[in-house]
Write a protein that binds this ligand. Structure first.
Ligand code: FAD
Length: 444
């Protein structure tokens, strides 16, 4: 059969079910990546994500070249590009791995219907999640809104099977040559993102190395190490997972030999990732609106009334050391430790009273792991308006958090250096009291 495989956020050769299906059935196979950021609006990849995507496409192209195959890069509207490709290749089938964000879902459903109608066989698969978001429901058939019962049910349904082997042999392709990667201008004119290369190795081979090193060296201490931002105690797999350089099934397979007492705190984080995707699938409006409707009219400060405070937070100039260190880590590396995301998010939404959507938008542009489900519900959790959210009275005190989780000050020294510090933008105690009063009014 003549087949086109459409790479999207499955930029890998191992455990790639739609690609494996294509390889098992193809007499000719064309491998395409279509650059269509407008189709993800308003959540087209931000600056850090574009940098990562550029490097990841480069890595995938190199892997394919080693196997005598090539990645056909195109740009435009996915529908039109696919029609052109199908005409060029006279393909009878197309394969892709599913995405779960609202805009991508709508596009893919329309495409699948149209292609099927036109007699093209469409084969889709799940490369991104352990379970499909629609596979898990409460006893009454509704989506879960609380993590613990969600994960309890999900774990019982996990049926992983073996990880699929890497694709090694590719049949000939038929399409005309595509664009050069530079034509996508993913990193054109971006001075800021250049420094990200000092902190990351991008692509599937790097992701597999990162996973193996983490399991060997860090997993056993994860329960303790994950809370210490000064130590590299977490896996740092999030951008690899976002772009599908690695799938969660591979991670579970890699930790399968470890005793559950040691592996389960880490595996539960993959559970949170599943939970976020489950929520976004069932409540797609949540990228813009709180899941908890009580917060629909919460008086968060908007951009017009908080520009100076928002700018100080973004640039790590609040004068609150632990928060500024976190924001600097983000700016310098495109990533921030989870505990710091919570502390910086709590200061923004609670002490400063700024809308969580403004924090989410900044993270979207600067995180190399920016992921619509995880970012949306991470922010809603910290703002107290999401599922299973942090209770409204949970307002992180950055100074106490620093004493506890950065007792030796390594993290603050690393990101703040020795430059003089600005005065504190706000008083933690009075701003906390103000936030508590506003939240209490909403609860009532
Ligand atoms: P590890 O601790 O090694 O965890 C392994 C994997 O589990 C991660 O790679 C990630 O895929 C998943 N995971 C871990 N924690 C969470 C969580 N709380 N929610 C969902 N999945 C999780 N994560 C993103 O991937 N993209 C985002 O845009 C994002 N934005 C966030 C915004 C806020 C305000 C908060 C509080 C959290 C956000 N997170 C986001 C979740 C979490 O901070 C990161 O996934 C984690 O820090 C990534 O580092 P790691 O790979 O070393 O994690």
């Amino acid at each position: 059969m003549r087949i086109v495989h459409w790479f999207r956020r499955d930029l890998r050769l191992t455990d790639n079910p739609a690609l494996s299906w294509a390889l098992a059935h193809a007499s000719t196979l064309d491998l395409v990546y279509i650059h269509a950021p407008q189709e993800e609006a308003p959540w087209a990849p931000g600056a850090a994500s574009r940098w990562w995507l550029h490097a990841s496409l480069q890595a995938l192209s190199a892997q394919l070249a080693q196997r005598g195959a090539s990645l056909n890069i195109r740009s435009g509207n996915s529908h039109d590009v696919l029609q052109t490709l199908l005409a060029e290749t006279r393909a009878e089938a197309i394969s892709w791995n599913r995405l779960y964000e609202p805009a991508a879902l709508r596009r893919d459903q329309a495409l699948e219907a149209e292609l099927t109608q036109a007699g093209i066989s469409v084969h889709t698969a799940n490369a991104q999640l352990l379970l499909e978001p629609w596979q898990i429901a409460t006893k009454t058939g509704t989506p879960y809104r609380v993590f613990t019962p969600f994960w309890k049910t999900a774990r019982q349904q996990l049926d992983l099977g073996p990880v699929l082997p890497p694709a090694e042999e590719f049949p000939a392709s038929r399409a005309k040559a595509g664009l050069g990667l530079e034509a996508l201008r993913l990193v054109a004119g971006q001075g800021w993102s250049d420094k990200l290369a000092e902190h990351w190795s991008v692509g599937e081979p790097a992701a597999l190395r990162q996973l193996a090193n983490f399991v060997e060296q860090k997993l056993a201490q994860y329960a303790h190490g994950r809370d210490r931002p000064g130590q590299a105690g977490t896996s740092r797999l999030s951008p690899h997972l976002h772009w599908g350089e690695l799938g969660p099934r591979q991670i579970l397979a890699a930790v399968a030999h470890v005793e559950p007492e040691r592996s389960s705190p880490f595996v539960a984080e993959l559970g949170w990732r599943e939970f976020s995707h489950h929520l976004l699938f069932h409540f797609p409006h949540c990228t813009e609106a709180p899941l908890n409707p009580r917060f629909a009219k919460f008086p968060w400060r908007q951009r017009e009334s908080c520009a100076a405070d928002l700018g100080a937070w973004q640039q790590g100039r609040t004068g609150i050391d632990f928060v500024d260190a976190g924001m600097q880590e983000l700016w310098q590396t495109g990533w921030m430790h989870n505990r710091m995301r919570m502390i910086c998010g709590s200061l923004l939404t609670k002490n400063l009273g700024i809308d969580w959507r403004l924090g989410a938008a900044w993270f979207w542009d600067t995180l190399v792991d920016a992921n619509l489900a995880n970012n949306t519900f991470g922010w809603q959790w910290i703002a107290g308006c999401g599922a299973d959210a942090a209770p409204y009275f949970r307002i992180f005190n950055p100074d106490t958090q620093a004493d506890k989780f950065d007792a030796d000050g390594v993290y603050r020294r690393r990101w703040l250096g020795t430059a003089p510090r600005p005065p504190a933008l706000l008083d933690l105690k009075t701003s906390r009291a103000r936030a508590l009063a506003a939240y209490a009014r909403t609860r009532a």
